[in-house]
Write a protein that binds this ligand. Structure first.
Ligand code: ATP
Ligand code: MG
Length: 376
């Protein structure tokens, strides 16, 4: 076990890194954050911020020397960076697990290889791949960049092969997947923690609403059936085992109108849809990340109260600071802001959790409080 007083390294300085840093510092660890941004949410609260690129070898050597263990908050850290650090200190998750989640084609093929259903998809690497798609996929379909996509960026809905050609051109012929658009009944996700000896603890399954491809709200418990809950958890655990994953991770799922459960994406880190755990579970997903990294026993994941989380995007700012007063006047609203200096449309600035006797009540309060934010 790596005990309090030790130094932990975090690759990436975003909000997920910030909440890890808070959890680690609360437990008495020191945290060094590596992020090229001078003003990153995690960098500004860490014990030390190393402002450098993720592939700078002398920086990585210094980081490995200073840290008892290193983890990440961001799947686009080069897998080669993790592999280099692995040769020098404790690193979780592994470079090989991370590599399987960095490219949508590799990721989907890996999930399918475990016998877990995914939305029908085709790899699009050149124009000639588009010439032969007819009859191989149903339209509408979504063309997605295979690398570096997040929050629905780099995704285009296509009605037929001509649209795909145009969209592929617009994406500068970068590697893509073309994925059948699923008739969604609902979207759910689950966060889990897997230890170094392979024990898994699952947080409750969460139900998510996305607006324009960006997570808007998460409600827990979800209204899905016990059978569906079991299936989702089984699939997520199988993915974690297949990756030989160590740490906190999440899997997003689609539930189709036809009742199919399809795995959408793996997040090799805590997940936005797991932020409810900060206030509604005995252990948060970030404390769990610290525990797994340090080889401590996993914390209790039990839900203490129904909860709704709502994301606060930069859209809420407009010309003025949001109206926080109403939101903060409700005692069971828990506000989390990430310390980002600039609000931009679509940028995740913070979130709040609402605890209530039922998710319906929590949702009413949450949506009302959210509306009031814009009342300035
Ligand atoms: P993030 O990493 O932030 O989750 P992303 O850019 O990787 O985002 P996806 O998870 O692929 O994006 O898609 C974002 C959202 O867009 C999904 O949660 C869903 O609401 C919608 N979406 C994506 N693909 C499909 C699909 N095949 N059928 C129906 N809806 C989809
Ligand atoms: Mg997603």
């Amino acid at each position: 076990m790596i005990l309090p007083g030790a130094t932990l390294g975090m690759l990436g300085g975003g909000q997920l890194g910030r909440m890890f840093t808070t959890a680690a510092q609360t437990m008495g660890y020191k945290v060094i954050v590596l992020d090229p941004d001078t003003n990153s949410p995690a960098g500004i609260i860490a014990d030390q911020h190393i402002c450098a690129k993720y592939d700078d070898e002398s920086t990585l050597i210094n980081l490995a020397n200073a840290c008892d263990a290193i983890t990440t908050e961001f799947e686009n850290i080069p897998a080669t960076t993790l592999a280099f650090l692995e040769s020098k200190t404790v690193v979780h998750p592994s470079s090989s697990a991370l590599a399987k989640t960095q490219n949508r084609i590799v990721e989907k093929e890996f999930i399918a290889s475990l016998g877990i259903p995914v939305a029908p998809f085709l790899a699009i690497r050149s124009e000639s791949d588009i010439d032969v798609i007819k009859d191989k996929i149903q339209f509408p379909a979504i063309l997605k960049l295979a690398n570096f996509g997040y929050d629905g960026k780099g995704q285009v809905v296509c009605q037929g092969p001509d649209d795909v050609k145009q969209a592929f051109e617009n994406l500068e012929q970068a590697e893509c997947v073309l994925e059948q658009r699923i008739n969604l009944e609902r979207e759910v996700s689950t966060v889990l923690a897997r230890s170094q000896i392979g024990d898994i603890t699952n947080f409750p399954v969460a139900e998510n609403v996305h607006i324009n491809g960006i997570l808007h709200s998460t409600a827990v418990p979800s209204v899905i059936t016990e059978q569906q809950t079991e299936t989702v958890i089984e699939m997520a655990d199988k993915i974690a085992e297949g990756l030989d994953y160590v740490g906190t991770m999440a899997v997003e799922f689609f539930i189709s109108k036809e009742g199919d459960i399809l795995a959408n994406e793996i997040a090799p880190r805590p997940h936005n849809s797991g932020h409810f755990t900060l206030d509604a579970c005995e252990t948060s997903q970030f404390e769990q990340q610290v525990r797994m990294l340090c080889n401590l026993p996993s914390g209790n994941c039990k839900l203490a109260s129904p909860v709704v989380m709502i994301n606060i995007l930069g859209d809420v700012w407009g010309n003025f600071e949001p109206n926080w007063i109403e939101l903060l006047s409700i005692p069971n609203n828990k506000l989390h802001l990430y310390g980002k200096l600039q609000a931009r449309v679509g940028r995740k600035m913070g979130h709040f959790n609402v605890l209530a006797p039922s998710t319906e009540q929590a949702m009413d309060i949450a949506e009302h409080s959210f509306e009031q934010l814009k009342a300035n």
